[in-house]
Ligand binder design. Structure first.
Ligand SMILES: *[C@@H]1O[C@H](CO)[C@@H](O)[C@H](O)[C@H]1NC(C)=O
Ligand SMILES: *[C@@H]1O[C@H](CO)[C@@H](O)[C@H](O)[C@H]1NC(C)=O
Length: 417
């Protein structure tokens, strides 16, 4: 039977929680605490604890006022579990995770669902602590990289929030996710801070943090080493702020892929400030399929970024069309405008350190480069820029020399007349 914790438990465990998130005593004094151990969770990592987690969640939801759910040190095997905020009375639930939450070793147990730990329609949920989510993804990656890779399940994302508001994810580590590590989908007001993300550099589709159809999302002080995008930014993202992030190995910070569908929402007002991107295929990228769409990218700032051994440090690629399938006319309908690159320096692994490969039907406009110093590390030749269907301007020192056309009245030959 569900039991409340004793006072003794509350005071010892919550002293830890407070140290972890620097809460004043007064906050916790009014918080009701539920410990998953009191709902039958075993700390061996061998028996499924999803019922215990759901039990604690339901008890927390029935309690009015702020509540916390504590996951003490230990290993907790967890099958796919979805926490729903529907009917939840709580004025905010904090999960303190000090333990390690492990996925089943057999990837097929998660394989059929797209979320391992999911939160849906919640308000005021915080995930905090020094704990781990271990997705045990390696065997699925091997399957995907094998001969019959197309027959493998897509896999499950580790931590997903959908249709939720006022979310904090702080301090935890995500290891070896099968698919994306963290997904923010249709959410508003989200803070992701001091999170660590780890998966092999060659693990397929293991994006670090994926944001889409969401606004007021902040990602700070975060460190991502993974096999796909460090942060991937999908359609409908608005007012995203990324500050002090280290990426790599990874595929960098990427807006896109866009133009997946015709009526797609735009991406607007994204700032990436103070980042180190190392040993990554791309640094900062805007990417869209070469096909029609009503989507757009507008008001983007990339500033104070160090690139270390990055193949394509700065890139806009609007002609993405692997295997030339499904790209009628091959021109992207996504309009890219007002993108500022400022104080970006470091090393490029390819000669073309700055590449703007924009759409013939919707050229990129308002592109600005200011104080850029990128150097090709190889011997084949000088560092270069590439420009196609783009206008913009340059301020301060820009190396490699820019090929942007700054003439506002510039007419793209194939568009005039
Ligand atoms: C852009 O987003 C930031 C948060 O990332 C916000 O502070 C700012 O007000 C937004 N600007 C506009 C014009 O909405
Ligand atoms: C640009 O970077 C190169 C290589 O790091 C460095 O030698 C050079 O001094 C830098 N130039 C400026 C103007 O900062």
């Amino acid at each position: 039977m569900a039991k409340l914790m004793t006072n003794k438990h509350i005071s010892t465990i919550c002293f830890l929680c407070m140290v972890l998130i620097n809460l004043p005593w007064s906050t916790l004094a009014t918080t009701t605490v539920f410990n998953v151990l009191n709902y039958g969770a075993k700390q061996t990592g061998l028996t499924d604890t999803s019922e215990a987690f759901i039990g604690a969640w339901e008890a927390a939801c029935e309690t009015s006022g702020p509540t916390s759910i504590v996951v003490p040190k230990g290993r907790y095997l967890l099958h796919p579990v979805q926490f729903s905020g529907v009917g939840c009375n709580s004025g905010g639930i904090t999960f303190y995770i000090d333990g390690t939450i492990v996925a089943p070793l057999d990837y097929r147990v998660l394989g059929g669902v797209d979320r391992w730990v999911g939160f849906d329609r919640v308000d005021g949920v915080t995930i905090a602590g020094r704990g781990f989510f271990d997705g045990k993804g390696a065997s699925l990656w091997d399957c995907k990289k094998g001969k019959n890779g197309d027959n493998c399940p897509l896999g499950a994302s580790t931590l997903t929030f959908t249709s939720s508001n006022n979310i904090v994810i702080k301090g935890i580590t995500s290891l070896n996710s099968q698919l994306y590590h963290i997904v923010i989908n249709v959410c508003k007001n989200v803070l992701i801070e001091a999170v660590k993300i780890r998966a092999a550099g060659n693990s397929p589709n293991t994006d670090g943090i994926h944001v889409q159809v969401s606004s007021e999302v902040t990602i700070k002080n975060t460190n991502v080493k993974t096999g796909d995008d460090c942060v991937s930014i999908g359609p409908g993202t608005k007012n995203l702020w990324i500050e002090r992030i280290a990426c790599g190995p990874s595929h960098g910070i990427s807006i896109g892929s866009l133009a997946k569908s015709m009526d797609e929402e735009g991406v607007q007002n994204v700032t990436v400030k103070t980042a180190v991107i190392s040993y990554s295929t791309t640094g900062v990228r805007i990417k869209s399929w070469g096909r029609p769409s009503n989507g757009f990218v507008q008001g983007i700032i990339f500033e104070d970024i160090v690139m270390r051994y990055v193949w394509n440090p700065i890139i806009i690629d609007q002609n993405y069309c692997p295997h030339n399938i499904n790209c009628p006319g091959k021109e992207s309908g996504v309009e890219v405008s007002n993108v500022k690159y400022e104080r970006i320096r470091g090393t490029s692994l390819s000669e073309v350190a700055v590449k703007f490969d924009c759409s013939g039907s919707n050229p990129c406009t308002g592109i600005e480069l200011r104080n850029i110093n990128l150097t090709y590390v190889g011997k084949e030749g000088p560092t270069q820029s590439y420009c196609k269907n783009v206008v913009g301007k340059v301020k301060g020192l820009v190396k490699p020399q820019s090929c942007l056309n700054s003439n506002k009245d510039f007419h793209f030959p194939h568009l005039s007349g």
